[in-house]
Structure formats: structure tokens, C-alpha cells
Design a protein around this ligand. Sequence first.
Ligand SMILES: Nc1nc2c(ncn2[C@@H]2O[C@H](COP(=O)(O)OP(=O)(O)OP(=O)(O)O)[C@@H](O)[C@H]2O)c(=O)[nH]1
Ligand SMILES: [Mg+2]
Length: 419
Amino acid sequence: MLYSTEKNKERVILVAVDDGHNEFDVESCLDELKDLAKTAGAEVVGRMIQNREAVHKAHYLGKGKMEELKNYIEMTEATGIVCDDDLSPNQMRNMAEMLDTKIMNRTLLILDIFAQHAQSAEGKLQVELAQLKYNSSHLVGQYKYMSRLGGGIGTRGPGETKLETDRRNIANRIAELNKELKEIKRHRDVMREKRSTSGMPIAALVGYTNAGKSTLLNTLTDANILAEDKLFATLDTTTRKKKLDSGIEYLFTDTVGFIQKLPHGLINAFRATLEEASYAHILIHVLDVSNPRREEQMKVVYQTLDELKCGDKPVITVYNKVDKDGIELPLPPDPRAIATIKISAKHGDGIDKLTETLEEWLKSQKKCLEIIIPYDKGNIVSLIHGNCEIIESDHRENGYYFKVYANDEMSNRLRDYTI
Ligand SMILES: Nc1nc2c(ncn2[C@@H]2O[C@H](COP(=O)(O)OP(=O)(O)OP(=O)(O)O)[C@@H](O)[C@H]2O)c(=O)[nH]1
Ligand SMILES: [Mg+2]
């Protein structure tokens, strides 16, 4: 066999149905599916699209097309197929039997990539839980096809572990994971509470996967986190502090990238991680303008933000990767953004403009206050120095006098001292 040198490498055919009502162009969806398959470690050996009024209820493709696919699988020596849609457990089982091969789909690939990229304890637990839940409902009766290659996509858990496949053990493991996640969530809530009482504004970097969010965080704050040309390089959120030119400090949070057709089940499983954006005061939407699918990606980002109930937050859109050649002009407008800025996160162009815009926005949110802080409240004085713009200060008989610009949170905290 030709491929015997690369043991365990899966050879897959990408499959989709075009019913004429798809929100996104089917070919370009398959281009993205190809990237997902490659990132998951499979080799793509073909693609097949069926134009059909609707997907076949029992086996996704029509009968004739299934025959054609079976021949195609034999001809290409494929070890499995990947469908672009979320198949029902029934469709998966029927297709596996009719084609005598392993059936995968977009969700399974995404889960597999998540499993390979998860770093933190919480990330790993979330991924394993999502995988087990997904597999126990969708892969019933498919394990004989899965195990032919000695594992592969759908059988690997986070961090080199092998995913549980015994039904009785799965239920126990799910209960165990839920318990551990609850404990971690408690811990995370405490951390977040601490962050929010610091009074610092939080800006979350959001956007489509591979848009350049982590690169931007690195450029802004020297965070030194992994940024690479891969889908879902980031699975864990990272927060870093940065002092802007005026002395105001901002917290910047990197988040998990979005992708189209992210099933609700997955959004729920990763809600804790994805939701990080909902604790931010402002969102920096990173858009890769060199990507031919940039408008579709922008649409997906806003849909996902709405789904995460972050739709009403102020957004600054950065048009990233403008250093690249051949970018199509004009750039797509973004009516939902309060500002749009062209940047190159990699080379640092436009970053000053971004930080200026963040400062201006913060100023526009602030109120002017006059306050007196008793001399024994040194901690409040340092809070003011760190988080307010000080216009005037003085020593008065009954304490320190300040005239400051303060954001909502600081205004609330200083309410008792205003004069
Ligand atoms: N030419 C160019 N490449 C960039 C720029 N910003 C990011 N990249 C590249 O784009 C790829 C993805 O960057 P990341 O920062 O990892 O993207 P991300 O949005 O964090 O992606 P995920 O975490 O996978 O969702 C990397 O190869 C970066 O080097 C840019 O301004 N110009
Ligand atoms: Mg990243």
C-alpha cells in the first residue's frame, strides 16, 4: 500500500450537500473543513458535493451518490469521510454500515483539535466532557470502524489520553468531570471577582480563529503566548495588564477563536471559556482582512457574540494583516463597530492608533468627580492613582482632595467620598 509508511495517518474525503439555501458558499466551507482536517492530522484525498433539495434523512446523501462515494473511497484508499454538517446519530450509523468506513464531521474534527491543543486543567476537562457527551450519542455502533486505524480522530482525549469508550464507564467519567469542573469554576469566579474589583477596564480580543488575536496580545503586552498558523491555537484565555501612554491601565484578555457551524452543544461545553468576553467592558474584534472569507467570518463573529449575549458591548474592529500583499479593496464596512482601525499585529503598524482609540473611549465613559479621601485610607488613594485620570490634587484639613475623571466602576467605589 502506498501510504503504509505513514502509519495511522487518516486519509479522508470531504463531503457536503448543497441545498441551494446554505448561508455560506459550500466550496469555501469545504476549504475550511480541509484546514480543520489537516490540523487534526488527517490527509484530504478528495471532496464530493451533492446538489440536493435537502439532506437525506437516513443517510445524508442520496442513494446513487452513496454508491458513487463508495467507489470513490475504494479508488482513493480513503480511511474515512468527513461531512460538513452535524449528522444525526442515525445518519452516522447508516453511513458507516453502507460505506464500511469511518464517518466523521466538522464537530468531531473541532473536538479532536481542541483535545490536542488544550493546555490548562479546565480546558482539558471541558474538552473531554464535550467529547464523551458527543461520542456517546453519535458514535454508537461505530467503534469497529474507528478502531481499524488503531485510534485516530474521535478516540483521542486531551493530553495523549485515550477516550473512554465503554458505555458504563462513560457515565461515571462524565459525572466525575462535571464535579471537577464545578470546583474549577468556583476558583475562576473568585479570580474574576478580584479582577473586577481592581477597577481596571477590561478589553477582550475576539474574532475568527487564526485572525491574529494572540499575536495582537503579544504585541500589546509582551505576553509571549503561542501564536501560530493553525486553527484553534488558543484554547485557554490569558489576561495581561498594559499601561497606556496616559498612565491608564487596561487588562487585555485573549479568547478562543470562533468558527462557523459551531454546534450549540459545543458552545455550551466551552461557555466558560468563550464567555470571557462577556466580562469585558469593550471588545476588540480582530478581523483577518487578507482572508477571502473575511465577510463571512465577520458575520459569524457577530452571530457568536449575540449567542453569548455580548452583542451590546462596544466593539473596536481592527483590520489585521494589512501588511500582506493582494488585499482586496475596499475593506468591508463594519456598522457595528464604534471605530475601525487598520493594523498589522505582527509588525506593530496601527497599534498606537488602537491604544489612542481605547483611551478616548475610556475618557468618553468617564465622569468628573471631586472627592476627599481621609488620610488613613491609603489603599483608596493608590486605587485612584492606578485607575483615574487626576486633574487636580491637594492636601486638605480632612484628607486628600482630588478632582478626577473616573469610570462607572470607580465612580461607584468613590461614591461615599464625593463632595
Ligand atoms: N502577515 C501577518 N500575519 C499575521 C498578523 N497577525 C497574525 N498573523 C499570523 O496569523 C497566524 C495566526 O495568528 P494567531 O495570533 O495565532 O491567531 P489567533 O486569532 O490567536 O488564532 P487562534 O488562537 O488559533 O484562534 C500566525 O501565523 C500569525 O503569525 C499580521 O498582522 N500580519
Ligand atoms: Mg490565539
